[in-house]
Ligand binder design. Sequence first.
Ligand code: GCB
Length: 554
Amino acid sequence: MPVPASYNDITQDASLRDHLGCVWYERSFVVPRQVCAGRMELRFDAVAHHATVWLDGLLLGEYRGGFLPFVFDVTARVKVGATHRLTVRVNNMLTWQDMPPGEIRHPRDVANYPEGFRWQETHFDFFNYAGIHRPVRLVFTPSRRIERIRCRTEIDGTVGRVDYTVTASPGATVAARLRDADGAVVGEAIGSEGRITVDAPRLWSPRAPHLYRLEVSLADAATGEELDVYEERIGIRTVAVAGKRLLLNGEPVYLRGFGRHEDMDVKGRALDLALLVKDHNLMDWIGANSYRTSHYPYSEEAMRMADERGILVIDEVPAVGMNSWSHEPVIFTSERANDDTLAEHLRTLAELIERDANHPSVICWSVANEAATWEPASVPYFEKVCAHARALDDSRPLMIVEAARAITEPDRMPGSRVAHLADIVGVNRYYGWYNDPGRLDLVARQMERELRHWWDAFGKPILLAEYGADTIPCVHADPPQMFSEEFQADFLARYHEALDACDFVIGEHVWNFADFATKQGFTRVLGNRKGVFTRQRQPKQAAHALRARWTKQA
Ligand code: GCB
């Protein structure tokens, strides 16, 4: 099995594609004699969803969660020149205590199914790809070393400030140097905590994503001998919500872009650098300046590319599918989203913030997608989630992405009880699709009416975080009909009418950037087809219309 890849689509075997439970990976490796290092670590960038790892048959440890990195110290276990055996058990089963949650179901009419029949129920709309999705590396570092760098930037008049904190081995002194792109030192500081100021800095923004290099070095406190050096690329920028606006470097910014997925033929959800560059080229082509990592943390390579290409990222935890579409209080209960789920949610959020806080591209944390926020018990739950996120990083706004409405009305989803906890209201809405299907004539009216409800009820700026229509390429209908290219283009235009009428809207994220795989079901024709690009990244008609709109706004 290749790594990185989802294992599901690699063979012709449907039972592997739909496999539920554990699979095993194994390989041997040798560390060449030329490598000399103090510490050796085995780092997995992401394994979906639970990994248990052995080295030479001895347990190294385990990790739960499919989208974030984990590390084992193997210094004492790996011998230079020897052959070692690495074994990884990957389990794809999701329960209500996982992020994202799911449940393992058994049929009630057992006579109709083979003995022991069970299936994975997921309440989210993407194929539950599994496997070793991102690179696995042996990382060699000095034994006395820099463990962690965290920085934060501010702008004070014409001065840029970089505040940093370094965690390092004891008995060593820390020096930090800020270099510009061509290597010239523009500021420096000594100590494990400090501030570097830069006069008239070149700010990071989508138009000019200027990156500085924060070079941190560690020296022995007694001898001055250099122990370790690490470079973090940072951008000086601020982000804030003020009144009706999202501000970047004190200026209003309007988000144009998408909800996306890490998804492709054959490889499933695995890291693919060619695809990553292609997707950024397409975002550039269409005039997008932002996306949401719907519905889980994307690769570290993606975050670095967003820094370099000037893309604004809403970084989302995999809290998706905490919803049953029932209007009864059934999710935030002791059987489903309970205290253990909350603990997992908080841990995942903390690890995401730890991984991504230094990226200038990350402008917002999205703490959940379409949870049952109308349930009374969702309130204490999200109070804890939001307080936790703010305690870990108070330099970025928070967003809760809502399927709920602002107010409860007949025949609609009920009103949110938690929208006041975040700084930006994320709204996912499908008028003309799931509601009043095909009725393009109702879209602008219904959307604008709802947007005004949100503003009146919460007084927070709104991102339309999802709106979109399934579209089969090369299917045409005039006047437009659902699933045709004409329908998708017209559908998006109707939403834009509503958005353009509301000055408290801070952006539009079309669902979705590209078509993507889902579980099979009668509402999905080989996956979700709401992409503006096909799964192979070819533009549909709507892509050209969006390009005309967005390049004008840029
Ligand atoms: C949503 C979900 C997204 C789905 C989308 C759809 O509201 O957030 O994950 O894929 O709707 O197409 O139904």
